[in-house]
Ligand binder design. Structure first.
Ligand SMILES: [Zn+2]
Length: 333
């Protein structure tokens, strides 16, 4: 391996963006975390990312051979184009790879941010050495990723949308425009909405959640976890219910893919055992016994670094993989 090869990674989020420079083993040498000024439109966001990248390169003058970019989708990975980005107004049909290739003169590769978190966990986190891994990211929304032998399974391009499996046919409206998806029940936003609905009932007016959050409108998943740990019954019920819905989602994925490992990441998982316990219980109760026994369910190891580690992995994969079917469905070995 040539130690002079280095790559850039970019993990674009709705509020924060991480940029990094890494060596050809995927070890991050330096990184920078910047705000995403999304309200000011794509050109301002892209200029601030460029500035951060140039700052990294100035401090670490290394030869860059490729760039890996993670961003919310849907996107056209092969063309390197964002199709629509719900969290990034004005990014429709944005040719992200061409932009960065033009700036830095090296190939750029694009993939869904949660796919890259899955890849990061598979190669450098909870899934090291695991043959069949699935990943859920439970945060503002819910995304997923399927990793087979360290490779992402992408289907026609956007496989692994675990957040949009239907849990309740007549459930709440989802961000995707349909109803009753896992995301419409268990994203951080949805958990807070369900909590507010409970808190509006007179019998719940004494719930600790209200005093922790200082008012019903300010309630977040974080407040509900705090109240649950302090013994609040409603808060504990909300986590049990959330864990049951999530457990059904995990059980469905286990039934379809029979993974060895299910990794759960994202900010909502900071609730820890409040969620893990009912998730594991529901999987045990609802998934087929053998398939449930095959799958270990764990929390992610990389925390909010998973996306940037995955972006670096994507850059390296692009660099070393000449296969024209790259990433679509790569057989093991
Ligand atoms: Zn949906």
């Amino acid at each position: 391996m040539n130690d002079s090869l280095h790559v850039l990674g970019i993990d674009i989020g709705g509020t924060k963006t991480i940029v990094a420079i890494a060596d050809n083993n995927g070890a991050i040498i330096a990184q920078d975390r910047i705000n995403t000024p999304r309200e000011q439109g794509p050109s301002v966001v892209l200029a601030s990312i460029e500035k951060a990248l140039r700052g990294l390169i100035t401090r670490h003058p290394l030869r860059i051979t490729s760039i890996g970019i993670g961003c919310g989708g849907p996107l056209d990975r092969e063309r390197g184009v964002i199709l629509t980005a719900p969290n990034l107004p004005g990014w429709e049909n944005l040719d992200l790879c061409e932009h960065f290739e033009g700036l830095f003169g090296v190939p750029a590769y694009l993939d869904n941010d949660v796919n890259l978190m899955a890849l990061g966990e598979a190669r450098y986190g909870a899934g090291i050495g695991v043959d069949y891994m699935t990943y859920f990211n439970i945060g503002t929304g819910i995304g997923g990723g399927i990793v087979i032998g360290e490779r992402l399974y992408r289907g026609c391009g956007n496989a692994g949308e675990f957040g949009h499996q239907i849990i309740l046919p007549d459930g709440p409206e989802c961000t995707c425009g349909k109803h009753g998806c896992l995301e419409s029940l268990c994203s951080g936003t949805a958990i807070a909405r369900r909590a507010r609905e409970y808190l509006q009932m007179p019998e719940n007016s004494a719930s600790l959640i209200l005093s922790v959050a200082r008012g019903i409108q300010a309630v977040t998943a974080h407040h509900i976890a705090e109240a649950a740990r302090a013994g609040d019954e409603l808060a504990q019920r909300i986590w049990r219910e959330t864990g049951t819905y999530l457990g059904l989602g995990v059980a469905n994925v286990i039934s379809i893919l029979n993974p060895r490992l299910v990794v759960l990441g994202g900010g909502v998982m900071e609730a820890g055992d409040l969620l893990m316990e009912p998730i594991r219980q529901t999987v045990q109760d609802r998934a087929m016994t053998q398939l449930a026994a095959d799958a270990e369910i764990v929390t992610g190891r990389l925390g909010d670094q998973a996306g940037i580690v995955g972006a670096v992995s994507l850059a390296l994969e692009g660099e070393h993989d000449e296969d024209p079917s790259r990433g679509k469905w790569i057989a093991l070995g």
